[in-house]
Design a protein around this ligand. Sequence first.
Ligand SMILES: Nc1ncnc2c1ncn2[C@@H]1O[C@H](COP(=O)(O)OP(=O)(O)OP(=O)(O)O)[C@@H](O)[C@H]1O
Ligand SMILES: [Mg+2]
Length: 563
Amino acid sequence: MDLGGWLRSLGLGQYEVAFRENAIGFDVLHELTDQDLEKLGVLLGDRRRLLRAIATLNNSASPPAAPAAPPVIAAVELAPTPAAAPPRTPLSTEAAGERRYLTVLFCDSVGSTGIAAKLDAEEWRDLVGAYLDAASAAVTEMGGHVTKKLGDGLLALFGYPVAQENDAERAARAALAIQRALAELNRRNAGSGKPELAARIGLDTGPAVLDAAGEIYGDVANVAARVQALAEPGSVLITARVQRQVAGLFVAEERGAQTFKGVPEPTALYRLVRASGGGRRSGQRNLTPLAGRDEEIALLLRRWERVRQGEGQLVLVSGEPGIGKSRLIEEFHARLRDTPHTWAEWTCSQLLQNTPFHPIAEWGRQRFGGTDVPAEQRLADLESSLAQAKLDPTEYAPLLAPMLDIPLPKERALALAAEELRRRQLTATTNWAIAGARTQPVVLALEDAHWADPTTLDALRGIAERGALAPLFVLITARPEFKPPWGMRSHHSTVSLRRLIERRFSTSSASLRLTTRCRRTWSMASLSGPAACRCSWKKSLGSCSSAVSKAGSRRSHRPCSNH
Ligand SMILES: Nc1ncnc2c1ncn2[C@@H]1O[C@H](COP(=O)(O)OP(=O)(O)OP(=O)(O)O)[C@@H](O)[C@H]1O
Ligand SMILES: [Mg+2]
């Protein structure tokens, strides 16, 4: 059926001429918005009829063939106001009737119709194929599941088929990785005459039901699609529900609130700028009051004094999940507020244990900016910080820039064998850390070393071995299974964190004993897995907080808002 025939079958044949004169075919039908239709002179009621019909068309198993068109996009992306039926996105039939908590990532390219019109069908297919392959790889690498490629976009789920504690974080990282991959693709294509591609990405999280036919029911996919449509080209927009789960892990800008069908309250939206590189603690959150850890903090402060005298130190903080390693570092950090220092944080990720230098690249994006900052500017920034540390930028920048995810001009890339390049990069990293510390004392906090990739561990080994030569404090957190790949030196120490239940502890301004209830909760928590342990820890402290409060602590004693 041709488009005219289809319009006539809907009783809307009067618009056939307007559609033809504006070169509208099946290939762009799915992109038409209410405003577009209005410009074409379609009356309000007919606009609703048309949008509903387009949605049905895209939902149907055998839509009319569109000549040399990108594949059909799912209904969830289409209607500016959702059709009566909830979004239906096929999944595997294994998921029959399951209720799930999902994070949905919806990605679509911008202005594809105009771009497609300038290319022949094969060129367009290659261009979109390269972008979708890169996007799918980013999703898969983060443990997501690409449910559907939608022409020049995709729909991915996190939390399916297996739900994990950090699904929202994975989805957010995947979204940023897609934007990075697209920027890289455009960079590679620059000068080849191929047009640039840009994508919008939207994320939402919430409950959904997967039915016997493997379709997804629930507002979450629908909202993700709407959020995507509101994103600026090249950006990632997330709902407050996602933001609450990733607070502190990303730099996010507020983008006002929107009302979505099926969601009673307006939803606040945030643009994800980049990973913060600072770990969860850099976000704003209400922490439970610090309990105990006086001795450990005192030890760290003593080591820090030595560092300030020019004697580099390394402290490995070891302990089981949720015991308080990160919190200890955070408390130590808070106590440095009035001392000039540089705080650099490398955070290892369970998901990226095979990505070379991942924590360093993430820190680099935080320090020098991500793809939102022009590459030349990031390189110039790197060169100027090298010069400040009295290192030769011409020698060091080509070694360090690739580790920091800063693109180098072709003529500056080093033509070295991979092994030699790696060796020089490791030396350059150690030299940079030491030289930087000589300018101003540096704390290098490496979080979750048990997940470090081998190259990051190599870099750390170099710093651990030569770090005594400068005011450099290397602070490492790790779970007990981590075995440092370096020998103990006189400037190294280990702090093994024990559970607080076993002893009396005090806050900085008040002493208290854990109440029986807290003690019971904490003991039970310690018998459960890490997540339960963490949760109960907060709960137990939440129930303790009034006791601390009465004792006169000046801290805020609200239990953590994440719970
Ligand atoms: N001494 C403490 N006083 C109050 N709250 C604490 C204390 N130690 C830890 N917590 C709280 O317990 C939770 C878990 O602590 P934290 O994240 O530091 O654990 P972790 O050892 O770093 O775990 P992981 O190995 O998973 O990284 C956090 O909410 C933290 O604020
Ligand atoms: Mg931690």
